[in-house]
Design a protein around this ligand. Structure first.
Ligand code: DOR
Length: 438
């Protein structure tokens, strides 16, 4: 009779090959057995009835604001929101203050995260056009997942759209390059729309589809010239998704839960500047096209783009209000609700939230349930209905664009390295600290 640390008895398990009811044993931080016996012993036994076991969710786009903007979020509160939402690993963006543009800045974040993070973690290095030497260190840097380029300006001062410099980086590096794709020249030329704005509806008129589309065409051209791929973050429009579908050999594609489920003009009427983000939430015609891209395989990953700003900052009114919304804690329930609505299968949902981000960022021990892999797992209750409330949000900013919506499908337990870290939306292991991805 084998002995495990945790034994899940007869739990519906989402494997790469499909869903099977299994008895799963975890030991020493790893998935030890997928065909354990019900009679095996374990320190903790979890009855599987009514639950599913999925790989731990990997949120490959978050902004946790430390260092420099910690009145909005920090690595402790951001990772707390993550783990309470079923996320076991986050990959964090470089637009902190100062921006993360050197190996030293990555190491500083990694050291902070080792002492504060409730989940596993990785950090992006930002490209400035002047830091190629630093970008070349990315593959060998502990806790560094890739390069981020802001082709259009958003929160922070990272910006690079010079085509020669972009091509140089694309040719010289072989790390994942993730881009925020909006055309800076068009943003500048149309800035009067923002400046003359009467309300937040001007946001998606200023940062319109053409602004995103022309930038996306340009970056695919550069990827083609360099003979490599680019990862285009938070794609928002029908034109882009149809263009990217024709260029899959040169891109991987992310969409966010908010771009899949919220749309203009309604959401701006409902929640005003709390719906403001870059690139913007667009019309339903665009949202519907993102779903087509998700079904036909154009979309590879779903990331939250968790970008917290305080209520006071958002309440300044447009255009003073900053762009971005929190989402790391609600990403999984938003998508499980869509599973229940029949818009995607649970298996596809797991590919987009777990398997594909792990593949893209080379996290070989994560993203799938298989013997020998890391015991980073999320237990979900697919039939639990619960209303989203601001007061349940663990982010420092304490609000969510999904407030008042009832979702069916929630995380029940978040397990990292074989430890139960969160349960039913709350932290249960205060001592546990996550590790860097590599
Ligand atoms: O809306 C956004 N907010 N888009 C971004 O690209 C950055 C983010 C932030 O960091 O606030």
């Amino acid at each position: 009779m084998a002995t495990y640390d945790i034994l899940f008895k007869n739990i519906k398990t989402v494997l790469p090959s499909g869903i099977q009811t299994l008895t799963v044993g975890l030991k020493d931080g790893k998935i030890a057995s997928l065909n354990a016996s019900e009679d095996d012993s374990a320190t903790t036994v979890i009855e599987g009835a009514g639950k599913h076991l999925i790989p731990g969710v990997i949120d490959s786009q978050v902004h946790f604001r430390e260092p420099g903007l910690t009145h909005k979020e920090d690595l402790e509160t951001g990772s707390l929101a993550a783990v309470c939402g079923g996320v076991t690993t986050f990959l964090e963006m470089p637009n902190t203050n100062p921006s993360t543009t050197t190996a030293q800045a990555i190491t500083h974040k990694v050291e902070l995260a080792k002492s504060k993070s409730h989940t596993n973690f990785g950090f992006f290095m930002g490209a400035t056009g002047e830091n190629l030497d630093e970008l070349l260190k990315v593959p060998n840097l502990e806790g560094c997942c890739g390069i981020k380029i802001f082709l259009g300006s958003s929160t922070g001062d990272l910006l690079l759209y010079n085509e020669e410099k972009l091509l140089e980086i694309f040719k010289a590096t072989n790390s994942v390059i993730a881009v925020h794709s909006e055309n800076e020249e068009m943003l500048k030329a149309n800035k009067h729309i923002q400046q003359e704005a009467k309300d937040v509806h001007a946001h998606y008129q200023w940062r319109d589809v053409e602004t995103a589309y022309s930038s996306t065409i340009k970056i695919i051209e550069i990827a083609k010239k360099a003979g490599r791929k680019v990862h285009v973050l938070h794609i928002t429009s029908k034109k882009e998704i149809e263009f990217l579908a024709q260029n899959k050999e040169h891109c991987t594609v992310e969409v966010t839960p908010q771009h899949l489920t919220l749309f203009a003009p309604e959401i701006y009427d409902e929640i005003g500047t709390y719906a403001q983000m870059n690139p913007p939430i667009r019309t339903k015609e665009n949202t519907d096209a993102l779903w087509v891209g998700l079904e036909n395989g154009t979309v590879d990953v779903i990331g939250s783009d968790h970008a917290p700003h305080t209520k006071e900052e958002k309440d300044q009114g447009y255009p003073k209000s900053p762009s971005g919304m929190p989402g790391v804690q609600t990403m999984l329930p938003v998508m499980l609700d869509q599973v229940n609505k029949g818009r995607l299968s649970l298996e596809k949902c797991v590919q987009l939230l777990c398997e594909n981000p792990a593949k893209l960022y080379g996290l070989e021990k994560k993203g799938r349930i298989a013997e020998g892999l890391d015991a980073d797992l999320t237990v979900i209750e697919l039939d639990k209905s619960y209303e989203v409330k601001d007061e349940d949000m663990k982010s420092k900013v304490g609000w969510t664009p999904f407030r008042g919506r009832t979702f069916t499908g929630w995380p029940h337990m978040t397990i990292i390295s074989g430890k139960i870290v969160a349960k039913d939306g709350n932290l249960v292991d205060k001592e546990f600290k996550g590790s860097p991805i590599n």
